[in-house]
Design a protein. Structure first.
Length: 487
C-alpha cells in the first residue's frame, strides 16, 4: 500500500552505530550465519543475514547484513536464547527479531519488528551464499581523480558528504550532480545489491564529465534529518551540489547539470526552474503525472506481476485513492490519521471472508494499518501525493533528456511519457528529448518482467546502451576537452 522504491530502503535505518551489549550463553547452536527473506510487499523480498559468533567468555557477538541495500556489518546490540526462543536486538536499525529455533537447530521462525512494522521472517542456518556478480562495478586504478568532499546547504544549515570524480587533464570539463530516487540512499544509490550511481559516475568521468554524487541528508556522512524532508528540501540539497561543483578547478562554468533517477527525476526540473546555474537536466524514470497517479499505477502493475488476486489489486487502489483524498482535504496529520484508519478498516472488513481469512496479520492488522497511515501522513508523502510535475516541466527551458525503461513498473512509461512530451511542447522547449528504451526496468537493467523482485537477481547494474545515451547526449550539448585515453 506504499510506494515500493521508498519502502525498500526504509526497513533498515542506518543510524549511528552503538557498541554491542551482549548476553553470555552456553548454547553454541546459534553460532553461524542465518539468512532469510523479508517480504516487504509488491513481491519484493529483502535479504536479511545474521552472522553470530561466540567469544571465549561465551558471550554472543555478531553483525547483521542487508545485502540488497548494500548494508553490511551492522552490529548486533544483544543476542539471547532461552529454551528454543531467540531474541536479537539491533539498536543501529531500531529493530528486534524474535524467533523460535527448530528442533533440528537449523531454522528460526519469527517476527521482525522495526518501528510500527511487524513482518514474518524465517531464517535458515548455513554458509552465506556468495553475492551475485556485479561485473560493472569499477575498481582502481581509475583514469580520473577521486576525492571525498563535503559541501554546505547554507539555507538548511547542513553539510552534505559525497564523492567527486574529475577526468584527468586540464579541462574545463562539463559537470553533473547525481540525485537519487526516493528513500534514504547513499551516494552510490545502493539498493538490491547494486550501486547504480557508482557505475554511472564511473562511466561519465571516463567519458570526460566531472561528477558529484552525495549521501542524502541524514544518510551516511551527510548531516541533517532525512525523515522530515520533502522533495523540495532535496531540491535545495541538489542545488547546493551544483554550486559546489561549478566552482571546482577544471569544471566548466555554466556547464553543470543534474541527472536525477526516479524521485531525482522530479527534483531535477524543480532545481532547473529555481536556478539559472543548472545548465541541463537528465530525467531517469522521472514522473510526469501527480504522485497519486504514480502510486496507483505502480501498485496495480507490481501487485499483478506478483500474482495478487484482482479483487485485492482493486481494493488496494481504492485505499490509495481514499487516503490521498484525505491528505488533500485535511492538512493536519493528527486529524487525518483517524480518518485514514477508518477507511482502511472498512475496506478490509468488506473483503470476502475467504480472502480476508487468507491474509496474514502482518498485512491487515493494526500494525500494518498504522504503518501505512504513518507513511502517508509523513511530510515527504504528503508533498509527493499532491505534487503535479507538469506545470514545472512546462517552465523548464534548458536542454532535457528524459528516458524510461520499457518494462518499468514503478514509473510506467505508458502513463508518463505522453504527459512529459506534452508539457515540453506547451513550454516550447525544443531542446527536450524523450526516449523509451526497450527491455529495461526501473533501474535500467535488461529485465524479464520488470518487477522489483528481479532487481537483485539481475547481474547487470546499469545497461550499457542507457549509459552511452546519457553520456553522448550530455557531450553533444556540452563537449568535453579531448582526453588522451577513453576507457
Amino acid at each position: 500500500m506504499v510506494r515500493p522504491d521508498r519502502i525498500l530502503l526504509s526497513f533498515i535505518l542506518l543510524l549511528a552505530f552503538s557498541g554491542p551489549v551482549l548476553v553470555a550463553q552456553e548454547d553454541e547452536g546459534l553460532v553461524g550465519s542465518w539468512r532469510g527473506g523479508l517480504q516487504v510487499g509488491g513481491g519484493v523480498s529483502l535479504t536479511i543475514v545474521f552472522n553470530i559468533s561466540q567469544d571465549a567468555g561465551g558471550a554472543f557477538t555478531g553483525t547483521m547484513d542487508s545485502p540488497d541495500q548494500g548494508a553490511v556489518g551492522i552490529p548486533l546490540t544483544s543476542v539471547s536464547i532461552e529454551g528454543n526462543s531467540v531474541t536479537v536486538s539491533i539498536e543501529a536499525a531500531q529493530g528486534t527479531y524474535t524467533g523460535t529455533l527448530s528442533d533440528e537447530g537449523d531454522q528460526l521462525s519469527g517476527i521482525w519488528n522495526q518501528g510500527p512494522a511487524s513482518l514474518a521472517l524465517t531464517l535458515v542456518k548455513g554458509d552465506p551464499s556468495p553475492p551475485p556478480e556485479r561485473p560493472q562495478e569499477p575498481g582502481p586504478p581509475y583514469p580520473y581523480s577521486t576525492e571525498e568532499v563535503t559541501f554546505r546547504n547554507t539555507d538548511a544549515g547542513i553539510d552534505l558528504a559525497g564523492t567527486l570524480t574529475i577526468p584527468d587533464g586540464l579541462g574545463p570539463f562539463p559537470g553533473v550532480v547525481l540525485v537519487s530516487g526516493s528513500g534514504p540512499q547513499d551516494r552510490n544509490e545502493s539498493l538490491m545489491g547494486h550501486k547504480p550511481f557508482l557505475v554511472l559516475a564511473d562511466h561519465l568521468s571516463r567519458r570526460g564529465i566531472a561528477v558529484l554524487r552525495f549521501d542524502d541528508r541524514g544518510v551516511g556522512s551527510s548531516g541533517g534529518e532525512f525523515g522530515t524532508a520533502t522533495s523540495e528540501d532535496f531540491t535545495e540539497d541538489a542545488l547546493a551540489g551544483v554550486l559546489y561543483l561549478e566552482v571546482q578547478d577544471r569544471v566548466a562554468e555554466n556547464q553543470v547539470g543534474i541527472v536525477g533517477h526516479s524521485e531525482g527525476g522530479l527534483i531535477a526540473p524543480l532545481a532547473a526552474i529555481r536556478s539559472e546555474r543548472v545548465a541541463y537536466i537528465v530525467m531517469l524514470a522521472g514522473p510526469g503525472v501527480p504522485g497519486i497517479d504514480i502510486l496507483v499505477a505502480q501498485g496495480q502493475l507490481i501487485n499483478r506481476a506478483a500474482g495478487m488476486p484482482e479483487l485485492l489489486v482493486e481494493s488496494n487502489s481504492r485505499i490509495q485513492l481514499a487516503l490521498a483524498d484525505i491528505v488533500r482535504r485535511e492538512p493536519d496529520p493528527e486529524k487525518a490519521g483517524p480518518l485514514m484508519r477508518v477507511v482502511m478498516r472498512d475496506e478490509l472488513e468488506n473483503l470476502p471472508p475467504d480472502i480476508k481469512e487468507a491474509l496474514p496479520e502482518s498485512q491487515v492488522g493494526d500494525v500494518a494499518i498504522n504503518t501505512t497511515v504513518n507513511q502517508i501522513n509523513s511530510p515527504w508523502f504528503r508533498f509527493f501525493l499532491n505534487h503535479d510535475p507538469r506545470p514545472v516541466l512546462e517552465q523548464v527551458s534548458v536542454p532535457v533528456l528524459a528516458i524510461f525503461g520499457e518494462k518499468d513498473l514503478q514509473v510506467p512509461p505508458e502513463l508518463n511519457v505522453s504527459e512529459i512530451e506534452a508539457a515540453f511542447e506547451r513550454g516550447n522547449n525544443e531542446a527536450a528529448t524523450v526516449r523509451v528504451l526497450a527491455g529495461l526496468n526501473h533501474l535500467f537493467q535488461q529485465a524479464e518482467s520488470g518487477a522489483p523482485s528481479e532487481y537483485q537477481q539481475i547481474e547487470e547494474t546499469f545497461n550499457q546502451s542507457a549509459l552511452e545515451l546519457i553520456s553522448s547526449w550530455i557531450l553533444e550539448h556540452f563537449p568535453a576537452p579531448k582526453l588522451d585515453t577513453l576507457n
